[in-house]
Design a protein around this ligand. Structure first.
Ligand code: NOJ
Length: 418
């Protein structure tokens, strides 16, 4: 990672969010943490981590970690030594379902002769956020990493941390409880001990009308309704306008390690269409999170059944294949997932001024010029999305046909900054 920081800096990246780096049995690839204050030996040591932070900072890049506070691994010492940190019941108390198994979210523990809650896999027992000791532990974990130079956290399952105290039936009692915001306020108090204050970004899987409440307490909220919308102006524009009416600091993204990459899901592999999507992400008002490979219009890769590592159904491996640095693949030794298509790779695109990588680099530089300017939808022909960012006009042809904007002809999916 340190060897590639200069490349990220040349792109204009401000911050690097890593998915979990902690020791983990990898039932859910790091999202089952066995020790929050260590680095997984596959990645190195705490000293390696410190060196990464220092070197990244030298390139002007901040490091953000993934905080996984909803659950631990069942191999975390707390699960055997501090059972009161988890959610237990003598019987299966309700109809809550596990995201991964689809069956009951309650698992019988033979030793304790009781059931514990797991929103995800049985190896990921949910923590009990009603227990003040759990809250104290996470204050300490945050300070541990903020002291080591972490400048932001992405909060896994932010909307699901706290459950209904009475464990009532219905998914609405399992997630998106009003008390969750108290936890975020407490973390903001911890974050405010540091200068600059680290950023709290939530993985907030809620409907758009509910998302604004999360933005009251978090700095950034991930907008899944936008990611899940079809790539059509009639779907995306109303979301943007709603966000513009009620959000302080919008956040835009179109891919992550849980969702098919935007170049596949939105663009069906068409590089022109992927660029139109990247253009929106990078010119709308707010923060943009790119998933590794978006900047190359990288598509999902084929992963044969024998190489599947993920426990989810369908597996998320196709969007988790490694970033192709070269066409030859000489940098790959034993990649954790196979990489069959290297046609879109960093080396070739760095050498090509007409590449998607160059397009993204230019947009990142350009967006800084109007970052503080408000968004305003402009009148345009059907299928064309035009908006002002102050004195700058952004135009996207959201169709596979030629279109016209103010006398200019736009090729399919063409974008313009005027
Ligand atoms: C969301 C993470 O992004 C995903 O990869 C993980 O499986 C679940 N949370 C459970 O931690």
């Amino acid at each position: 990672m340190r060897a590639h920081l200069a490349h990220l800096a040349s792109l204009g990246v401000d911050a690097l969010w890593l998915s979990p780096v902690h020791p983990s049995p990898n039932v859910d690839w790091g999202y089952d943490v066995a020790d929050y204050r260590e680095v997984h030996s596959d990645y190195g040591t705490l000293a390696d981590y410190d060196a990464l932070v220092a070197e990244a900072r030298g390139h002007g890049i901040e490091l953000w970690l993934d905080l996984v506070p909803n659950h631990t691994s069942d191999k975390h010492a707390w699960f055997s030594e501090r059972p009161e940190y988890y959610v237990w019941s003598d019987d299966v108390p309700n109809d809550w379902k596990s995201v991964f198994t689809g069956g009951s979210a309650w698992e019988y523990d033979d030793d304790r002769k009781r059931y514990y809650l797991h929103q995800f896999a049985p190896g990921q027992p949910d923590l009990n956020w009603w227990n003040p000791d759990v809250r104290d532990e996470f204050d300490d974990i945050l300070r541990f990493w903020f002291d080591r130079g972490v400048r932001g956290v992405r909060i896994d399952v932010a909307h699901g941390l706290i459950k209904d105290r009475e464990l009532r039936d219905g998914v609405r009692y399992m997630r998106d409880r009003p008390e969750v915001h108290e936890i975020f306020e407490r973390w903001q108090t911890v974050a405010r001990e540091y200068e600059p204050k680290p950023t709290l970004m939530g993985e907030t899987y809620v409907e758009l009308p509910k998302l604004a409440a999360y933005e009251q307490h978090l700095d950034l909220v991930q907008n899944f309704p936008f990611l899940n919308a079809d790539f059509e102006v009639d779907e995306l524009l109303p979301i943007v306008e709603t966000v513009e009416r009620s959000f302080r600091a919008p956040l835009w993204f179109g891919s992550n390690h849980d969702h098919s990459r935007l170049a596949t899901r939105w663009a069906g592999g068409d590089e022109r269409k992927a660029r139109a999507a990247l253009f929106l992400l990078l010119t709308l008002r707010g923060t943009t999170v790119l998933y590794q490979g978006d900047e190359l219009a990288l598509t999902d890769d084929a992963v044969s059944a024998s190489r599947v590592l993920d426990l989810a159904e369908p597996p998320r491996d196709p969007e988790r294949t490694p970033l192709p640095w070269t066409a030859s693949g000489e940098e790959r030794h034993e990649p954790w997932l196979p990489l069959s298509d290297t046609s879109r790779n960093v080396e070739s695109q760095r050498a090509d001024p007409a590449s998607t990588l160059a397009f993204v680099r230019d947009l990142i530089a350009r967006r800084k010029q109007f970052a503080a300017e408000p968004y305003r939808t402009l009148r345009s022909a059907k299928g064309v999305w035009a908006y002002a960012r102050g004195a700058t006009t952004c135009v996207v042809n959201m169709t596979p046909d030629t279109a016209v904007h103010e006398g200019r002809t736009l090729a399919p999916w063409e974008t313009l900054i005027l």
